[in-house]
Design a protein around this ligand. Sequence first.
Ligand code: ZN
Length: 344
Amino acid sequence: MTASLAERLRAGTVLGAEGYVFELERRGYIKAGPFVPEVVLDFPGAVRELHREFLRAGAEVMVALTYYAHREKLRDVGREGELEEMNRQAVRIARSVAAESSADGGALVAGNVCNTWAYDPDDPATAQTVRAMYAEQLGWAVEEGVDFVISETNDYLGEALIALEVIGGLGLPAMVTLAPTQPHLTRDGYEYADACRILAAEGAAVVGLNCDRGPRTMVPLIARIRDAVDCAVAVQPVPYRTDAIAPTMETLTLPNGDRAFPIALDPFTCTRFDMAQFAVQARELGVDYIGICCGAGPHHVRAMAEALGREVPASKYSPSMELHPMFRADVSAKDAAFLQTWNA
Ligand SMILES: [Zn+2]
């Protein structure tokens, strides 16, 4: 019997993992630019494999890859007719991998909706468009079987509230997270902590932040949210070294002045140790759902799981540097000569 989201949150920290779109783009299965998850239909095995890698690394939630799998985006790539199949297939893949979990309580399956780029707070008609998009995506997800729904990368509180209403109408727990692209406010002008308080009051089971900011610039914002709400809090930063000068991954610049986002962020990537440290810091702050977003690799997730005191299937292959020819205590005379070169 799989432990529910509520049971897991009561028992301790839930570890999540996302970043499917960026990782599958790097692997050659998603086109940067539109970032539509066509891979779900074209190479389902690639999606299954990445789910499995995150699962082995300790992720407790398999998030169906329906990010941007909505009507507006599929129209952009001429695949609107495959919308339903893409959404259903994504949930089926996530479910099949979650069933492979050998962890206590197994793994959960989350449906997923995101910012639509169709919402305009000044145009009430767009609210109806967005509601219809979420309703059709999540209707299919519910039929295929999800345990809860993650509504994420929300720029507008207004759009997040529409998602929350649709999820609630389907009788599922909702985790709703905002994309903190601005210093303090959502695009419709709410302090992030206030927006989360409103989402909690409207019934969200989990509220918080995901994407855009790396750990260093996301943690101060999540601390304020933790203080503002009584419900569970989620944080899923990008594994990039954002700072006071470039607080989001979109503002990071390369030495030649070019924007690094979205496909030249590699030099800013956090190490697994950075992400391990972040996981501990987030738990100390009282964050309940700790995860990672765009840019994530399974090595980050495993390091986070282990920093939280867990042994996961991929721990079998965790580093043993004492067995490295150069780093072992009894390094041979020949290898010692090599090491001198490394240290020069
Ligand atoms: Zn992201």
